[in-house]
Design a protein around this ligand. Structure first.
Ligand SMILES: [Zn+2]
Ligand SMILES: [Zn+2]
Length: 332
């Protein structure tokens, strides 16, 4: 990303040519432990207005050629079991975009081996639900992954262990370049659909273009609002960083940096509220904001990861229904 003074540097996930496509990258069917057939699963997400779906049955690749896609783009994918992490629990890796004829490694293979193997097959690789799996950040740092599930809505419904934002932020501070998915992990057991998703910026709605964009980090995760644009601008001889954010109407926007060095913003009128009856989403929503960060003092973008020299910020927002959206990290 350019750091030329005064030259806006659009977040890479917002810069690419193409269109936004909404999809779920984690879904089970009767081919493993899901309640619906693959074709019915596709119908379920088509009914939600999704553009694409990755069926990720456990330790098998459900061939999209055998599925009635109901108009969705189906990405051949798998949720691969891996051998125990540092605390002794086996865990799961998502391989998004893999030839359906591929013979998978045994589920007892170490995660560092299986994740590297998935990468070699051309898949985008993510650690699924790290909290639910009982993983540590040390486990994740030893994997060959593009990112992690920052929010797995189905696991949140099942166990309240579906979120991994703390894993994500610690990994970034330790030098990882992970992206953060929102997924459903749909089993069709509960209300585990449409809970969390990704919006991918891709040149076309094909498996190859979507996987390429996902690997490049050209997406954001959401449980509600839309992030329309994020871009960085360095001014004053690169002493000041401006982070321009545009979203659908939201209650708040956040600039996340290391530790307590973060920022937030609400509509200017919220600071004058003296009664709950004064809270009016229609009047108090915001759709754009520019965070201004002095890079010469301690702040959200001042700190580089210890020993890594890597600096980044993340942008998030929250709507009035507590739905959230989060960008991937922007490195500079
Ligand atoms: Zn899983
Ligand atoms: Zn799963």
């Amino acid at each position: 990303m350019t750091t030329e003074t005064g030259t806006p540097a659009r977040g890479p996930h917002f810069a690419g040519a193409g269109s936004w496509y909404r999809g779920n990258l984690h879904c089970h069917t009767t081919e493993s432990d899901g309640n619906l057939s693959p074709s019915d699963a596709a119908a379920g997400f088509a009914n939600l207005g999704y553009d694409f779906l990755a069926i990720t049955d456990h330790d098998r690749i459900t061939d999209p050629a055998s599925v009635d896609a109901h108009g969705l783009c189906l990405i051949p994918s798998v949720e691969l079991t891996a051998g125990a992490g540092l605390l002794g629990t086996e865990f799961h890796l998502l391989g998004i975009g893999i030839d359906p004829s591929t013979v998978l490694p045994p589920g007892t293979s170490p995660g560092r081996v299986s994740s590297a193997w998935l990468r070699e097959q051309g898949a985008a690789v993510f650690a699924a639900h790290p909290h639910w799996s009982g993983l540590t950040v040390d486990d994740l740092m030893g994997l060959t992954i593009d990112g992690i599930e920052a929010c797995n809505g189905g696991t949140t419904l099942d166990s309240l262990k579906g979120e991994a934002f703390t894993y994500w932020d610690e990994g970034l501070l330790r030098g990882a370049c992970w992206t953060g998915l929102g997924t459903d992990d749909t089993h069709w057991h509960t209300l585990d659909r449409g809970t969390a998703w990704v919006m991918v910026r891709a040149t076309e709605r094909t498996p190859a273009a979507l996987v390429s964009a996902i690997k490049a980090g050209h997406f954001y995760g959401s449980t509600g609002p839309d992030i329309k644009d994020v871009y960085l601008e360095f001014v004053d001889d690169c002493r000041v960083l401006k982070v321009h954010v545009h979203t659908s109407p939201v209650a708040a926007m956040y600039l996340s940096g290391p530790g307590a060095r973060s920022r937030h913003t609400f509509h200017e009128t919220t600071s004058g509220i003296t009664s709950v009856t004064e809270v009016d989403p229609a009047r108090m929503s915001i759709t754009s904001h520019t965070f201004e960060v002095d890079l010469t003092v301690s702040g959200p973008a001042r700190h580089a990861g210890r020993g890594t020299g890597q600096r980044h910020i993340r942008v998030s927002c929250m709507d009035w229904n507590r739905g959230r959206a989060w960008s991937n990290p922007l490195f500079f």
